[in-house]
Design a protein around this ligand. Structure first.
Ligand code: FMN
Length: 322
């Protein structure tokens, strides 16, 4: 699959996840095997006003490329300028606009899924970003504000006309948040009306789910979010499954090694204190369902140092093997 002139080597995209798909996490997923990783959503206004916190989110490394950088906002001028700034930094292979976030704080600004109700403004934003950069340009959308999917189709057609090169589609309504089921039939519908590639997203937990989404909807690639938070190998398993019909289940010890890598990555990126605070909520995802996970989670809630986290993993692994 190609997004504009960018050849995508595979069918998997790591979804943008606010507070999660930071540089160390993206690198972890990339190293496990994933075609394209996406940044978390980054405020165009934050870039416009040169906010230090926002600019930090734009840190990248060569090893994670190709990288899709997602911006959000509701003002065409700052969205265009943000896209141009990111282009100039030379860190992004794809610029993506968030048309799907249904978090109140984002909707209140008129951004994210709020834009699916205002197609005139959406078009201005698309034009501003397209005029600002020649990078491959994608958008990520939801079904819209009702379950019909008409808003998604309408926005996608406008986007295609404005020079957007691919669309990632999470077919849940704004009101659904992450509840209920993603309506994959709408992905099939979108695929039929567009010429540009469609990346299907929503409720892929296993490689078989990805296979089903690809075959049932005809989408060109799949995007995975929450499942990657617990299984860093899921995207490479999907690549294996799509190519060969089988995939390798990772051994628990492979997961432990990835947990250690994440700890080290967090410490060097965020510093010891912030890394520990973040890891308290993160590490337990990887061992969900394993014997002793509840006690691990409890101890993790008061994590004080990365050395403690590494020791906890060693103890957990030793107990699992006895
Ligand atoms: C914690 C969290 C943060 C998210 N942040 C973003 C975001 O920054 N940008 C975005 O477009 N979608 C965001 N999403 C939505 C995901 O990208 C994805 O569309 C959704 O989780 C459905 O895919 P999944 O079933 O594979 O998780 C977020 C979802 C979660 C759970």
């Amino acid at each position: 699959m190609k997004i504009k002139d960018l050849e995508i080597n595979g069918v998997t995209f790591l979804a943008p996840l606010a507070g999660i798909t930071n540089l160390p996490f993206r690198q972890l997923i990339k190293d496990c095997g994933c075609a394209v990783v996406c940044s978390e959503m980054i405020s165009a206004k934050g870039i416009f006003y040169n906010s230090e916190k926002t600019i930090t989110l734009l840190k990248s490394r060569e090893g994670e490329r190709p990288l899709s950088v997602q911006i959000f906002g509701s003002d065409p001028l700052s969205m265009g300028q943000a896209a141009q700034f990111i282009d100039t930094l030379g860190i992004a292979d794809i610029i993506d606009i968030n048309f799907g976030c249904s978090v109140k704080k984002v909707i209140k600004q008129g951004a994210g899924v709020a834009l699916m109700k205002d197609l005139v403004l959406a078009q201005k934003i698309l034009k501003a970003v397209r005029d600002a950069t020649s990078l491959p340009f994608t958008i990520k959308i939801r079904s819209g504000w009702d379950a019909t999917g008409d808003q998604a189709v309408n926005l996608a057609k406008i986007a295609e006309d404005q020079g957007v090169n691919a669309i990632a589609f999470h077919p849940r309504t704004a009101a659904q948040g992450f509840k209920g089921k993603a309506n994959w039939e709408l992905i099939a519908r979108l695929k039929q009306v567009l010429r540009i590639p469609v990346i299907g997203n929503g409720d892929i937990i296993t490689p078989q789910d990805a296979g089903k989404m690809l075959s049932r909807t005809g989408c060109d690639a799949v995007m995975v979010g929450r499942a990657a938070m617990a299984n860093p190998f899921i995207l490479s398993q999907i690549e294996q499954y799509v190519a060969h019909g089988t995939f390798v289940e990772p051994e628990p010890r492979a997961i432990f090694r990835k947990m250690e890598t994440l700890i080290q990555g967090y410490v060097s990126y965020f510093g010891e204190t912030t890394a520990c605070r973040m890891l308290r909520g993160r590490l337990a995802w990887f061992i969900r369902g394993l014997s002793g996970a509840a006690a691990f989670r409890k101890e993790l809630s008061s994590l004080a140092s990365s050395a403690q986290a590494l020791e906890m993993i060693r103890d957990f692994e030793a107990n699992l093997n006895t």
